[in-house]
Design a protein around this ligand. Sequence first.
Ligand code: KG4
Ligand code: ZN
Length: 338
Amino acid sequence: MTATDPVVILAIESSCDETSAAIVKDGHVLSNTIATQKVHERYGGVVPELASRAHMQHIVPVVDVAIKDAGITKEEITAVAFTQSPGLIGSLLVGACFAKSFAQARQLPLIAVHHMQAHVLAHFIDSKPEFPFLCLTVSGGHTQIVLCRDYLDMEVLGETIDDAAGEAFDKVAKMLGLPYPGGPLVDRYAQQGDPKRFKFPMSEMKDYAFSFSGIKTSVLYFLQAQRKIDPDFAAQNMNDICASVQYTIVNMLMAKLKKAARELNIRQVGIAGGVSANSGLRRAMTDAGEQHGWQVYIPRFEYCTDNAAMIGITGYHKYLNGQFTDLSVVPSARATWH
Ligand code: KG4
Ligand code: ZN
């Protein structure tokens, strides 16, 4: 391979309940295939054993479609990147084993990717924020404020000490009788509701830390009390409950993000992760941009939720930096930032 040959990365994401494969050529996404696992809906949350099994069923056809959609052959692939951590261990193992096997069979370099770092770098698929860049990563498993000094130079300034923001949306949705994942449904009802109708407490945490277990408990007690008076309370007030909960969660997220932007004097600010699809959060970001002179970045929807394109873009920067791994690499459910 010469310096002018294209870098064509096959990227694999399998950390939770989406099986995804992408082809990224010289930093450009040629394809991004995602198979969502419907099997978890009836259980009200992701069932790890079922997720691993579904990844096993999906991984080969998903990679096949990603290669075909990209209009390339597997012989053109020059490296393989995969999500090494964090995530559900059984799910990670499927992606890692596939990536290792593919790399071994075709004698290709292997790149291990941190899922949360990839959520941040999803911003660089379609746009080019300047450094330093501040990113609020909000998903079903994480809530973090990340200071991004360069593509691979990131620092977590603060994160949740308990539930993630997406988890809070999903748990409230479950209390309201909505199916998993409830976040998008809460968002939909919220758009018709009054966000100031019900008051829920905002947790006061130190520095850039978050806590979402308090709002979950207060919604639970609130619903229990109201249902004693009117068993149909939730159904009758769905829009206003969802709007009020969403308003509180978004305010908690934005308060910390504004604090970080102010204290670090950063105006390049973005949101990433599944919850960045939330309409209330997107509006709050646009408003904050106008108010504080931020340049606001929100990835395209398919790059907000779990996807392999973000693994591929991260893999590309690791490739350029010569950050490869050997076949002894193992996935890890938890991981330190690197
Ligand atoms: O990043 P992601 O796809 O997977 C994880 O790594 O967790 O995020 C999924 C989370 C779920 O909790 C889901 O309910 C939430 O993102 N979510 C939303 C919305 N769309 C997805 N939460 C609130 N409003 C939305 N529109
Ligand atoms: Zn994620």
